[in-house]
Design a protein around this ligand. Structure first.
Ligand SMILES: Cc1cc2nc3c(=O)[nH]c(=O)nc-3n(C[C@H](O)[C@H](O)[C@H](O)COP(=O)(O)O)c2cc1C
Length: 303
């Protein structure tokens, strides 16, 4: 049995496999199907300062080897989370991580500050792909200035490990990664979804209610692996890789590209126990290749 433990910017994990935000609820929804404590970390739904209703339906559509969603961060707000969800998840013996979203830096910071008070939430993941209401809805994470501004605001308010989740919908993801590192991120995770669109040709209308949505699933994986490889070479903080991971083979691609941990999203909808199967598969692969620790293969690409 290889040593699967990793450390992501101060966050100790028993294995490198986490769930991706928005695809695993609060973990509780999956408790009948998988032993939650065997997962390295559970990143819960996107949480905002105030409640959000999300977008109108339809907000999901399948695509070749993937899906699009425009759920729009539906959630009941951070106070509801602290009062009603936290008591239910705080004793699950794994890293319960909150994905923090917002529409202006002050909202992000206030939301993070409230989560900072929760002893059993050891880290947050900051979703900087959210629209900036003061900049005509352009996502924070698509400019170095926007990304840096929101990370600086949160860094002041949040004292534990801060993972910043990057958008692939940019010209240079490396520049954004360096900007968030300078602004105080302890780690980066990538990628969030890629912007896409599907059209009903008979109705001559987009299928999703707001026309476009975020694409995920196996179709995005080569883009995600490329992003991880580029960012891991540029930054000196840990990288968490995700996008289209369906099995241990895919996860190992990300580890070799430079990720020290991975997240699994869309695949949870196909197999709710996929996270634990991937952790076991990584372990078997390491054993078969004579590796004593998962860290032995991180970034070890021959190229
Ligand atoms: C239905 C759905 C909801 C999502 N909600 C969030 C969210 O609230 N916050 C976030 O940072 N990412 C969210 N994501 C993006 C995923 O966490 C992940 O970055 C993306 O799906 C790529 O990984 P995958 O191909 O393994 O699904 C969502 C994805 C899906 C499919």
């Amino acid at each position: 049995m290889a040593d699967l433990r990793v450390n992501i910017g101060g966050l100790e994990m028993k294995n490198p496999v986490m769930t991706a935000s928005g695809t695993f609820g609060y973990g509780l929804e999956y408790a009948d199907f998988v032993n939650l404590e065997d997962i390295g970390g559970i990143i819960v739904k996107g949480t905002t300062l105030n409640p959000r209703e999300g977008n109108d339906y339809p907000r999901m559509v399948e695509t070749p080897s993937g899906m699009l969603n425009c759920v729009g961060l539906q959630n009941k707000g951070v106070d509801y989370f602290c009062k009603n969800i936290y008591p239910q998840i705080k004793d699950i013996n794994t890293n319960m991580i909150v994905n923090v979203s917002g529409s202006c830096p002050e909202d992000y910071a206030e939301c993070a500050a409230r989560i900072n008070e929760l002893d059993n939430i050891p880290a947050i993941e900051l979703n900087i792909s959210c629209p900036n209401v003061r900049q005509g809805g352009m996502a924070f994470g698509v400019t170095t200035e926007g990304a840096s501004q929101v990370v600086k605001a949160v860094r002041e308010a949040y004292k534990k490990p801060l993972i910043v989740k990057l958008s692939p919908n940019v010209t240079s993801i490396t520049d954004i990664a360096l900007a968030v590192q300078d602004a105080g991120a302890d780690a980066v995770s990538l990628i969030n979804t890629l912007m896409g669109m599907v059209i009903d040709i008979e109705k001559r209308k987009p299928i999703l209610s707001i026309a476009t949505g975020g694409m995920s699933g196996p179709a995005v994986r080569p883009v995600a692996v490329r992003c991880v490889w580029q960012v891991a070479k540029a930054v000196n903080i840990p990288v968490v890789g995700l996008g289209g991971i369906m099995n241990a083979h895919d996860a190992i691609e990300f580890l070799l590209a430079g990720a020290s941990a991975i997240e699994i999203g869309t695949a949870n909808f196909i197999d709710p126990a996929i996270t634990v199967k991937v952790a076991q598969g990584i372990n078997e692969w390491l054993d078969n290749h004579g590796c004593k620790s998962v860290m032995e293969i991180v970034g070890q690409l021959n190229c």
